[in-house]
Design a protein around this ligand. Structure first.
Ligand code: FES
Ligand code: FE2
Length: 357
């Protein structure tokens, strides 16, 4: 693609409208809100969201915005609460988002002031195999969650037992690069021997058949790719219940547009790219392991080795995408090599969305 698609503001706005608004986005793991009152917050496409498990056991997503005058309700990243209380004037909502207490308003009676005293605004969401997804656009003109995911659920999520995963380490930061650069670097092996010389090593991949809005590659190996090459035989045991290709290797998948998730035999991690502007990207990183692994007595010791290897690779990719962004000022188009055929496919998908048929 011409390099200006990584810098141009009008193009960026069309990407948001044609790709990000109709999409379903990963929000987090259902296991992170395991019991009533557990919550976490996140920002997606400029919106503050609140994910909370109700007393009825259901996980709901709300706009993290008070129905009085719009204040943020919760500002902690995660925690547990008995009710959702806005700090400004103490309007208080149940875990199901229903306004229960509104000092100042209740003396007038909620029915006398139409338009006031509303409940929290719910955001469409769904859970598949322990992964929570949200939708921030016009649902009536967008695919359903299952249509959006296509065979991602049956090819990746179910065989890799993603429902067993617990997030153990999460962080978020902003990079000075276009979101596409980071999705592209995840989908090619050409850079591996240059950027990840010591951290990854050779990693041949094949492309599984994907239907729906995801693209993936698959690396077959008995040992985990989540440790340094010299330590791979010392990893945690495989997750219980893996089936088919998931028991023999790792899927690296992009759930389009920006959710990159790696499902290995012993762990799952993600690097979620959320566009902030044409040249800025919010990155949400999470590492997770099956419950049985986190309960092992050697978990703290051994998991440090995973974090070290995963952190190193992510820092290397963070660096190269910001470095690449600084050079995107030539008007001549670039090219793809055979090892970059998945990037070619990805970029064609982007062009189809933004430009239409
Ligand atoms: S803005 Fe939330 S109670 Fe007033
Ligand atoms: Fe990389």
């Amino acid at each position: 693609m011409p390099f200006w698609v990584y810098t141009d503001h009008a193009w960026f706005e069309r990407e948001i409208e044609t790709m990000f608004r109709p999409a379903w986005h990963f929000a987090g793991l259902a296991s992170s809100v395991g019991k009533a009152g557990d919550f976490f917050t996140l920002r997606l496409l400029g919106e503050s969201l609140l994910v909370v498990r109700g007393d009825d056991g259901e996980v709901r997503v709300f706009r993290n915005s008070c129905s009085h005058r719009g204040s943020l309700i919760l500002d902690q990243e995660a925690g547990n609460c008995r009710a959702l209380r806005c700090p400004y004037h103490s309007w208080t909502y149940s875990l199901e988002g229903v306004l229960k207490y509104a000092p100042g308003l209740d003396q007038y009676g909620r029915h006398e002031l139409p338009g006031l005293g509303k409940n929290l605004v719910r955001v469409p969401s769904g859970i598949r195999e322990g992964l929570i997804f949200v939708h921030l656009g016009d649902l009536a003109n967008s695919p359903t969650l299952d249509d959006y995911l296509g065979n991602f659920t049956s090819t990746v999520a179910v065989p890799h037992q993603t429902a067993q995963m617990i997030a153990v380490n999460q962080r978020e930061y902003v990079l000075d690069s276009n979101w596409k650069l980071y999705v592209e670097v995840d989908m090619e092996t050409l850079h591996t021997k240059h950027i990840h010389r010591s951290s990854i090593g050779a990693q041949p991949v094949t492309s599984p058949l994907s239907e729906g809005n995801w693209i993936g590659v698959y690396h077959e190996s008995e040992h985990t790719p989540a440790l340094h090459p010299s330590e791979r035989r010392t990893g945690f045991p495989h997750t219980r219940g893996l089936t088919g290709a998931a028991s023999r290797g790792t899927h690296f998948s992009i759930l389009l547009p920006g959710f990159f998730v790696v499902t290995a035999q012993d762990t799952m991690w993600w690097i979620h790219k959320i566009p902030e502007s044409a040249t800025r990207t919010r990155v949400r990183v999470g590492y997770s392991f099956p419950t049985s692994t986190t309960e092992r007595t050697d978990f703290d010791e051994l998991s440090k080795r995973y974090y070290k290897r995963l952190d190193q690779v992510i820092e290397e990719d963070d660096w190269i995408t910001e470095h690449q962004q600084k050079g995107l000022n030539s008007s001549a188009p670039g090219c793809y090599l055979p090892e970059e055929h998945v990037v070619h496919r990805l970029d064609n998908w982007i062009l189809d969305q933004v430009l239409g048929a």
